[in-house]
Design a protein around this ligand. Structure first.
Ligand SMILES: [Zn+2]
Length: 325
């Protein structure tokens, strides 16, 4: 995309916009490091529904998947070959159970309710009105289709969970939020002993954490408004983006703190990768824009029902609203 040069292109041109982006990146890294050092930072994570389901699910072969896709739309030979290639890639990367996850998501989405804004509850513990949060978490500030009819509930609960207790994650961070694709609920968390600290944490990191979890609830598994064909394409593209040698990494090394092997681990890492891409797209759009491929990938899927959405303007609007909370 012309609009977003890669780091190399920008350096080559010696453009001042690169200098500006670079400064934004350095200052964001500094901010994140400070939050981590003073213990105010905890890291968002996705619910493990996908992974648990993966363990319990049966297999599904690419041929069977293609047959189901063709119930909705007849594919020509080239399209069928293209889809088969993607499905085989997914089966190689994970295993045949991953196709079953996508089929299950598609079936579940057919039952979803239309167009309702999410319920918001539990934030009054910090003196923040749940109603006021509706001014922050709405489809002016996030792309159309990502909240209404897609997220059922946004809530705060008093809870403390070490991310490492769920496996794969090798770090000290506590979970600050979770996204549950089975219920389409987005939860932000803080522990009762440290509620005062949680208050700072919640307010200080609200935009960052919420955007990450919103990403999870808009992935290939949780999003309501995707066809079976699109789900496979979506997961294929995110997996490919993660696998490319110079793929984007978060400033804190969160993604690389996941270590393990096997289909479950890979699936979890890909799912976190998508959460991180959304987190940066919404909260630090200038930084992600330096990575043209990842930026375009997020835009393709997150803006598919709202082509005019502008992440920089939306982030600036949210900043203003947050100041007033
Ligand atoms: Zn996550």
């Amino acid at each position: 995309m012309e609009k977003f040069p890669t780091r190399e292109e920008a350096v080559e041109k010696g453009s001042s916009s690169f200098e500006k982006k670079n400064r934004a990146w350095e200052s964001a890294k500094k901010k994140l490091r400070i939050l981590a050092t003073v213990g105010m930072m905890s890291v968002p994570w996705a619910g493990w529904a996908g992974l648990e389901t993966l363990k319990a699910l049966d297999c599904m072969e690419p041929d069977e998947y293609i047959e189901l896709v063709e119930k909705d739309r007849e594919l020509n030979e080239e399209e069928e070959r293209d889809l088969a290639e993607k499905l085989n890639y997914l089966v190689d990367e994970y295993d045949t159970r991953v196709l079953k996850i996508l089929e299950r998501s598609s079936e579940k989405a057919k039952e979803s309710k239309e167009g309702e804004a999410p319920e918001i509850e539990g934030f009054e513990i910090f003196g923040i009105s749940n109603k006021d949060l509706g001014d922050l978490w709405n489809e002016e500030n996030y792309p159309k289709g990502t909240l209404k009819g897609n997220i059922e509930k946004i809530k705060f609960v008093v809870a403390s969970e070490k991310i490492s207790s769920y496996g794969y994650y090798h770090g000290e961070a506590e979970a600050a939020g979770k996204a549950e694709s089975s219920t389409n609920e987005l939860t932000l968390m803080g522990s009762s002993e440290t509620l005062e600290e949680s208050e700072k944490k919640i307010k200080g990191n609200l935009d960052w954490h919420f955007s990450h979890e919103l990403g999870h609830l808009n992935d290939w598994d949780a999003a309501q408004n995707l066809s079976l064909e699109e789900r496979a394409e979506f997961l294929y593209e995110v997996t490919q983006a993660l696998n490319k040698p110079d793929s984007f990494r978060d400033a804190l090394g969160y993604l690389d703190s996941f270590k393990g092997s096997g289909a479950g681990f890979k699936y979890k890492k890909t799912s976190e990768y998508w959460g991180i891409l959304c987190e940066y797209y919404f909260t630090f759009p200038e930084i992600l824009a330096e990575h043209a491929k990842e930026y375009t990938l997020v835009e393709k899927w997150i803006k598919r029902m709202d082509k005019d959405f502008d992440p920089v303007k939306a982030r600036d609007r949210r900043k203003e609203t947050l100041k007033e909370l």
